[in-house]
Design a protein around this ligand. Structure first.
Ligand code: GLN
Length: 342
């Protein structure tokens, strides 16, 4: 299929004009979009009826640069539910609120190798393996509900909106569908309550968790959220400080090791970037100090990661040398500043 490049790239909304980097990224994004447009591998999540209804052909790519420049292709303005991408954001919100030590009383940072919805705790600690699987995210939601009280979700939504640089809202149908059918998640909630990971009522915790998963975002929002993490916590469009510096480092580390469920190791080798996926078909990727990537494509691989989203991230990483261990990436600026490393 041939598609006009000009119709694919919806342009650059630049705070600082078009940089050379953004022009280069624009052409790569357009090419990746064209290459993957006809790829219909994978299957849409249908664990709730509402998700099974989404148009599987939607496909949007967005890149947000630290300068505030935006590059988009295809359906980058289509709204979909954020689902598990929210787990990275609620981790950051709790880290900012109570710090590392308190956060890690509720959840570990070990990759689990299990599917995202597995009903398991780390046998050594009786805590969820990490905050990126459902059990860990529900533990985080429990601690947020404990610390923030009944307005916990409103406060979470404000922070998510600040990271996106626009006011976000919940898809009420998806929320109700998640709530009415979320028996596995409820089972996880009770397991956590029994292990005293949190002490507030399970239903209140799950209400927060189901709502956070049902927030509507676009691929562009995910790119801007990723760029906020890349930009040491400051939103590159609004210039507002959203997350603290230590929180960002911690969150990116957990995304790198655990963000792609049981596909995380494979992702680390092939893409080499911290990222988080959701069953709505979204992926948010982060290139530290440079840019955020957002992709929407609802068909998922068996691990629950967007098929075309992953291929786009592999393509971007290859073409732009984004992999953390790419030979063009060189260690510490601090050491280089001492003059002994060129
Ligand atoms: N709402 C989904 C669930 O809890 C989120 C899972 C996901 O995106 N992997 O099952």
């Amino acid at each position: 299929m041939t598609v006009e490049l000009s119709s694919l790239v919806q342009g650059v909304v630049a705070s600082y004009g078009e940089s050379a980097a953004s022009v280069m990224i624009q052409s790569i994004v357009a090419r990746l979009y064209e290459q993957q447009l006809g790829n219909d591998e994978g299957a849409v999540a249908d664990y709730i009826p509402e998700l099974g209804k989404v148009d599987p052909d939607q496909f949007g790519i967005a890149v947000a640069l630290e300068t505030g420049e935006l590059i988009t292709a295809g359906d980058a303005a289509n709204e979909f539910t954020i689902q598990s991408v929210s787990k990275a954001l609620t981790l950051a919100i709790l880290l900012d609120l109570v710090g590392r030590a308190e956060t890690y009383r509720a959840v570990g940072v070990q990759p689990s190798g299990d599917p995202f919805n597995s009903i398991t705790l780390d046998p050594r600690t009786n805590r969820p393996f990490n905050p990126m699987v459902n059990a860990g995210a529900i533990a985080i939601a429990g601690r947020l509900r404990e610390n923030l009280g009944p307005s916990a979700f409103e406060q979470v939504l404000v922070r998510m909106s600040e990271a996106a640089g626009r006011e976000l809202r919940v898809d009420q149908n998806v929320f109700e569908s998640e709530r009415d059918t979320g028996h596995r998640n409820r089972a996880i909630g009770h397991l956590l309550r029994a292990a005293e990971v949190f002490t507030v009522p399970v239903d209140e915790v799950l209400d927060l968790y189901f709502r956070q998963c049902s927030v509507l975002v676009t691929a562009t929002d995910l790119a801007v959220m990723g760029a906020t993490l890349a930009n040491i916590g400051a939103n590159p469009l609004t210039r507002r400080e959203v997350f603290g510096m230590e929180t960002v480092r911690e969150t990116l580390s957990v995304m790198f090791t655990c963000g792609m469920y049981d596909g995380a190791g494979d992702w680390a080798c092939q893409v080499g970037l911290p990222a988080k996926s959701g069953v709505g078909g979204g992926i948010m990727g982060v290139v530290n100090r440079q840019l955020g990537i957002g992709v929407l494509s609802p068909r998922l691989d068996p691990a629950g990661n967007s098929v075309r989203g992953k291929l786009c991230c592999i393509g971007l990483a290859e073409e732009l040398g984004l992999h953390a261990f790419d030979s063009t990436n060189s260690g510490s600026n601090f050491l280089r500043g001492m003059g002994d490393f060129n």
